[in-house]
Design a protein around this ligand. Structure first.
Ligand code: NAI
Length: 334
């Protein structure tokens, strides 16, 4: 039975994997994968990693030296993996999709919460403060949603926005004009999306082209009340520029499920620590910013799909038969 080193394991991961796993000895580690912790994979045939694990050249060399043959990412994004380098010595697999609805619904939840100030209302009524002063939002109906990246999650988010009676303008270097016509949204260039939208939601991957796509210039183009939602990757936003725009009241608010310096903080209980990241502290303190801890994917359905596809990726790699349900295409990254 092959041994798998499973990094950054949380109780909900262990539950969903143990429910489905019969064929592997999975060693769960709470630690994230780093050069310091990589040695925990000694004797393992594969490593299972997640969004904030480090899979750089140093880690890949260490894993290769220990005879690890595959890295199975239990997530869709893989910007934290040096794929080209890894593929010289091992296979890299991921879960291309596990629930686009989970992420798109969380993006809308952040938007609704910010716009209608539910976070404030919740705290007030728990203290029997039933005042609604300063809780005014705006109708989403008839407003324009700007969607950057119209893949699986972007499409699910567009559907939700259209259901709310919003207009949608999207940017994607590979636009699906036919689908846009069928659904009733339109594509524009980045400038049009930034300047015409009442809310902007990011659903593109983190690449050299998209790093800091929300920056000084794009923030300058936005409407004064524009709400920015990021459920994709933290480095899509230059956080210091976002903070400046919020302080100068140049935009309306931000809903962030990801943050560019999240890797040592998100998924951990830091409530007893002094947070030394001043940008994060200031963002957290703002009434028009909501931060969640990279949890947009966290639904029962997504966790089940992640476990199912990751285990079938392992099966495929170790020659134990292909994905029986053909539900998703397992992919060795290229
Ligand atoms: P996808 O691959 O289906 O779609 C990505 C879309 O972005 C594609 O249509 C692609 O053409 C487009 N794109 C590529 N370069 C672009 C650019 N320069 N500007 C604008 N669009 C560009 O991916 P999917 O499944 O929709 O996921 C999107 C992202 O969501 C992932 O890359 C990942 O970073 C993030 N994600 C976040 C999760 C969370 O829990 N917060 C969970 C899952 C994914």
């Amino acid at each position: 039975m092959e041994e798998i080193a499973f990094f950054d394991a949380k109780p909900y991961d262990i539950e969903s994997f143990d429910k489905l796993n019969k064929d592997y000895k999975i060693n769960y580690y709470e630690d994230k994968l780093t050069p310091r912790t990589a040695r925990l994979a000694a004797g393992c045939a594969a490593v299972c990693a997640f969004v904030n694990d480090t899979v750089d050249r140093e880690v890949i060399d260490l894993l290769t030296g220990m005879g690890v043959k595959a890295i199975v990412m239990r997530c869709a994004g893989y910007n934290n993996v040096d794929v080209r380098y890894a593929e010289r010595t091992m296979a890299v697999l991921r879960v291309p999709a596990y629930s686009p609805y989970a992420v798109a619904e969380h993006a809308m939840a952040l938007l609704l919460m910010l716009n209608r100030k539910i976070h404030k209302a919740y705290l007030r009524t728990r203290d029997f403060n039933f005042s609604i002063v300063n809780l005014t939002g705006f109708d989403l109906h008839g407003k324009t949603a700007g969607v950057i990246g119209t893949g699986k999650i972007g499409q699910a988010f567009i559907d939700i926005c259209l259901g709310f009676g919003m207009r949608v303008i999207a940017y994607d270097p590979y636009p699906n004009e036919k689908l846009a016509e069928e659904k009733g949204y339109r594509y524009g260039d980045r400038t049009a999306v930034f300047s015409e939208s009442d809310i902007i939601s990011l659903h593109c991957p983190l690449t050299s082209d998209t790093k800091y796509i929300i920056n000084h210039e794009s923030l300058r183009l936005m409407k004064k009340d524009c709400i920015v939602i990021n459920t994709s990757r933290g480095k899509l936003i230059d956080s210091d520029e976002l903070l400046k725009a919020l302080r100068e009241k140049r935009i309306g608010g931000a809903g962030l499920d990801v943050y560019e310096e999240e890797s040592d903080i998100f998924y951990e209980d830091c409530s007893a620590d002094i947070i030394t990241d001043d940008t994060l502290s200031l963002l957290v303190s703002m009434p028009n910013v909501i931060i969640t801890s990279h949890q947009a994917y966290l639904t029962k359905e997504a966790l089940n799909n992640i476990a199912e596809v990751t285990l079938s990726n392992l099966d495929e790699f170790f020659g134990k038969g292909a994905d029986p349900k053909g539900k998703y295409t397992n992919s060795v990254l290229l």
